[in-house]
Design a protein around this ligand. Structure first.
Ligand code: SF4
Length: 317
């Protein structure tokens, strides 16, 4: 610690506010460099919820892009969680105006004809066995990929942090299948496909707590509440187990990620075989004949996205 101000005590020791900001930023830029997350020629799309993680990623990547004269834009997805997401997307819009970043927002309502809440009402009526967060995630990933691609992005940046990744890894181990872990890591994807815009995660080694401290020190306008549906999700259940274990055995989360990184070369080698076909309905890449998004939309009787571009907004100068 440099001795300049009140100490922030985290797992890595005590740092003053200014030193913590430097520490956090260096960690993110080191992840980008060491894992070659993108190059100067990439067009960057930052997937933005308007929450703390995506705004931290957007700020840091935009600073780098300005220096490198690189094209960058933010893309928000409004799933239609009433009273929650619109506030976050307002924060995102204000943030983009303040830092002069182009942005656009796509919504489930426009693209699929229903919000996530309406889709779940239909699912319950039809007695479909699907959880809200699983459906929300499938449809959000689909919109991010198709709209990022349409706007010319060659990389999608997400704000996933270390806690998110530990949860995903354990969820895959407990339920999803170890082959899904082959797609994990700071750069996502086990199989290359022209239709996939590769997703990269510069906050991969930053904990949830670190991102919270960073955004507070940077005085970003952020809603720190979680989506109201999160508490009913399997992710939340797994997270509670992880947080309790971390409390009792410090360093557990970091150890899980370090071990995942060691296993990654083997996992990728084992599960990177084969070609991914295109979905027979939407043409997006899919592990099967019809992608998960189209399959769910068909079961729900919801409309397929018409393939029109997102409402783009260039920030006012
Ligand atoms: Fe969607 Fe679930 Fe996340 Fe809420 S917590 S935004 S419902 S995935």
């Amino acid at each position: 610690m440099c001795g300049g101000g009140e100490a922030i005590v985290l797992q890595q020791g005590a740092l003053c506010g200014e030193c913590f900001i430097q520490y956090f930023q260096k960690k993110v830029y080191r992840t980008i460099r060491q894992h070659r997350l993108f190059s100067k020629s990439d067009v960057l799309c930052v997937a933005c919820s308007g929450g703390k993680d995506s705004l931290a990623a957007l700020y840091l990547i935009n600073e780098l892009a300005k220096k490198q004269r690189q094209k960058i834009f933010a893309l928000g997805v409004d799933e239609g969680v009433a009273g929650y997401r619109e506030k976050q997307l307002d924060d995102m819009a204000e943030f983009c105006k303040k830092y002069d970043i182009d942005y656009s927002i796509v919504s489930f309502k426009d693209e699929f004809g229903h919000t996530i809440e309406d889709l779940m009402k239909i699912a319950r009526k039809k007695k479909l066995d699907v959880s809200q967060c699983a459906l929300c995630g499938i449809l959000r990933r689909r919109l991010l990929n198709s709209h990022a691609k349409r706007q010319g992005a060659t990389k999608i940046i997400t704000g996933h942090n270390l806690d998110d990744e530990v949860q995903t890894f354990l969820m895959n181990l407990f339920k999803g299948g170890i082959e899904l872990a082959a797609r994990m890591g700071p750069a996502t994807g086990a199989v290359a496909h022209g239709g996939f815009v590769p997703r990269v995660k510069p906050l991969y080694f930053c904990t949830e707590e670190e991102t919270t401290v960073y955004t507070k020190l940077m005085k970003f306008s952020v809603l720190y509440e979680r989506c109201p549906y999160r508490k009913d999700s399997y992710r939340d259940y797994v997270d509670n187990v992880i947080q309790q274990t971390e409390k009792d055995y410090k360093g557990t989360k970091t150890s899980i990620i370090q071990n995942l990184m060691k296993m990654q070369p083997l996992l990728k080698k084992e599960f990177s075989k084969g070609k991914i076909p295109d979905c027979g309905l939407c043409g997006e890449p899919s592990g099967r004949g019809v992608c998960a998004a189209c399959g769910m939309l068909a079961k729900l009787g919801a409309k397929q996205p018409p393939g029109r571009p997102a409402r783009s907004r260039t920030t006012q100068k």
